[in-house]
Write a protein that binds this ligand. Structure first.
Ligand code: HEM
Length: 450
């Protein structure tokens, strides 16, 4: 136990708690307003989810310390446990030596050079999506992005060298709809008292039924891949043989990693792209600039080609529309963060979305301004201030993958279409584990026919 634990301070309890419900009413009313209100109350503040205490890490310093120096004292915590029916013991949930081993096996699939090789497939899938729309029609772009992001992961990572097996294809169709069930279920299971969350409601039954269906499909896809060895895709990497007798992963481990990558990668990328398209629909000049940059290069052939405005735009989308408002950890031993005492078993809450709206790090934080990144890069910020992909040993394995996919998708859309908001539809933020638009119907017109 760290000696500083005994000399550490106690975290203050956040203002405004209600009897029995604690801070749940404030959380339910608006996550972002609640987190904004916690910021001035201390770097580490205790809140009550009903009767269950949790500690919110409010400052970039506290978040950075928890994700890096103190990462060995922390496990993944309550939020991630609730995802176990879907993701099993995949790398988003596993811990310690097993997590390091699994991450080492998967890492080659995410090397920069390898990802450059994925670009033509990413571009072909994005172009197929964009080509399927009709001029003047209203397209549900959030649904399109969810379908596209799922297909990209399945095609690029798991079926690159052979025809898509039936079970993988079926997963591709089911996952986009199930992602909602999952993120909503994870959030409710996390914040509601255990007894309430365990009630046999329709939502809970849907949550477990969706998880069971996906696990069965993933199991069948793994069995298929064992027989029809792919040529260098991630499934074959997972199932390859470390030596003649020991498989790299068992079927169960491969199933869990397949589902983890699909679930961790599809909703986050789709949500970020949806917010990007929402912002673009209100800013015709930004559409022109991204379209012009995309026409000047070929991201399918040269995914590293410079697109400076598009990059600033996406960096700003990931700041102001950061999809992950909720990350959690649990202390595996008594420890301190920013000299505040945290007993073993404490649930910690980190919100990238709240950090990205901190006026100290980002003046005028609610203004969407890609050009704020002209004078200041990520490196000029205090560590922990901008963490769209997390930090430390649990940093997103798919950050470069997602970055390429988002640039390529915006290029495919903006070289073909101009997007327009639909009158009388108000885009609202729905806050579960992620912050996503309620719905994103947009009218599309050919970019040269406005
Ligand atoms: C814009 C898109 C994305 C965002 C914003 C994002 C964000 C994040 C964040 C913040 C974490 C850290 C969670 C934590 O520390 O608790 C994370 C972890 C992870 N992400 Fe992503 N992600 C994105 C895309 C992807 C993609 C495309 C993939 C895979 C194809 C992926 C796979 C993963 C995995 C497997 C983890 C767990 C890593 C570990 O614990 O070792 N993500 N992501």
């Amino acid at each position: 136990m760290a000696s500083s634990y005994w000399t550490g301070a106690l975290a203050p309890v956040a203002q405004g708690r209600c009897p029995v419900l604690g801070h749940l009413p404030q959380l339910a009313a608006s996550r972002s307003r609640f987190f904004d209100s916690l910021r001035p109350q201390g770097e580490v503040v205790q809140i009550l989810l009903g009767s269950r205490p949790a500690f919110v890490l409010n400052s970039p310093g506290a978040v950075h310390e928890s994700l890096t120096e103190k990462s060995r004292d922390l496990g993944k915590g309550l939020l991630f446990q609730t995802a176990r029916p879907f993701m099993g013991n995949g790398i988003a949930l596993s811990e310690g030596a097993f997590h390091r081993r699994q991450r080492r096996i998967l890492q080659p699939g995410f090397h920069r050079a390898r990802i450059a090789g994925y670009a033509p497939t990413m571009a072909a899938l994005a172009e197929q999506t964009a080509e399927s729309w009709h001029p003047g029609s209203v397209v549900q772009l959030d649904e399109e992005m969810r379908r596209l992001a799922t297909r990209v992961i399945l095609h690029v990572l798991f079926a690159s060298s052979h025809e898509m097996p039936r079970d993988l294809a079926e997963m591709g169709e089911k996952v986009p709809a199930y992602l909602h069930v999952l993120t909503k279920g994870m959030f409710l299971h996390t914040v509601l008292p255990t007894r309430v969350a365990a009630l046999p409601t329709r939502g809970r039954r849907r949550f477990f039924a969706a998880a069971a269906t996906l696990r069965t499909l993933a199991e069948r896809a793994v069995q298929h891949a064992r027989i029809h060895a792919g040529d260098g895709d991630l499934l074959s990497l997972m199932l390859g043989r470390a030596d003649v007798t020991t498989p790299v992963m068992t079927d169960e481990q491969a199933r869990d990693e397949l589902l983890t990558l699909l679930i961790a990668g599809a909703e986050t990328t789709a949500t970020t792209l949806s917010w990007a398209l929402h912002v673009l629909s209100t800013d015709p000049r930004a559409q022109e600039r991204i379209g012009a940059e995309a026409r000047a290069v070929s991201l399918a052939r040269d995914p590293g080609a410079p697109t400076p405005y598009t990059d600033r735009f996406l960096t700003e989308v990931l700041r102001l529309y950061q999809p992950n408002w909720l990350m959690m950890r649990r202390t595996a031993c008594p420890t301190t963060i920013r000299s505040v005492r945290l007993p073993e078993g404490s649930e910690l809450i980190l919100s990238a979305a709240a950090l990205h709206r901190d006026p100290v790090s980002f003046p005028d934080p609610l203004r969407f301004d890609p050009d704020r990144w002209l004078s200041r890069t990520e490196r000029d910020l205090p560590r922990g201030a901008y963490i769209p992909f997390g930090a430390g040993n649990r940093k997103c394995i798919g950050d470069t993958f997602a970055w390429h996919e988002m640039r390529i998708t915006l290029a495919a859309i903006m070289t073909r279409w101009r997007l327009h908001p639909v009158p009388r539809h108000r885009v609202r933020a729905v806050e579960h584990v992620q912050i996503r638009p309620n719905a994103l119907p947009l009218r599309v017109t050919r970019h040269d026919s406005r």
